[in-house]
Design a protein around this ligand. Sequence first.
Ligand SMILES: [Zn+2]
Ligand SMILES: [Zn+2]
Ligand SMILES: [Zn+2]
Length: 238
Amino acid sequence: MNQIQRRQSLCIIKSFFVYIKYKQEVINKEVCPLTFLEASRCIYKAGINFKNITNHGRNAWKITCDSIINANAATNNKELKRLGFFAFIPRFKLIRKGVIKGSYRCNGDRIITQEEDNKGIVINRIFRLKRKEATTGMWVDSQSLCIEFESQTLPQDIKLWGAVVPVSTFIPQVRRCFRCGCFGHISKSCSAVQRCLTCSDSHAIEKGIRCNKKKKCINCSGEHLTLDRACPKFLTSV
Ligand SMILES: [Zn+2]
Ligand SMILES: [Zn+2]
Ligand SMILES: [Zn+2]
């Protein structure tokens, strides 16, 4: 049993997502992307067991499997690799963040969960969310707790000190810089060289004029726009 399988077998899961990318083939100097049906046919014929498939950007698709065994098998499928595909389960599909709102005032306590009370739920970590204080503009601890679950789905509630509390979805903010294209900061605080979000070069950028050079992602060097949400680096940093 591999690691993903071990983690996920503890949780109640309905669907497993696997992303599949195709490395473009260059034939007679022409870049040949696969059509939706061509890709589906290859994935199907490689023997992958999936419930459905959807487009997920240029040369990228998302399949849904009904078990973790099938999802893992897709990522290890040799035939698919041979055909030039790359299948992966993004990190954000394995870790789900939930919020417990208005939990309790911060008293400096270490937050602990009694594991035996939360059977079948794997908690990665718990931390307090910050909020900006209106008067001072400083970030302070809020009453809300953020919980990282190792699962593809979020539990409806968890038990803390004997109390059953509902868990709501945490909506993450991925900070992206529109100046240098990197994650983790915004352009206002960027000191890097401005780069083109289309071709990744640092050429002069004029507002309203589209760059028509070959697409290259700043973060993964893939043949897509830097802001493409199908970028494997973006998917693993959400
Ligand atoms: Zn930047
Ligand atoms: Zn450019
Ligand atoms: Zn990318």
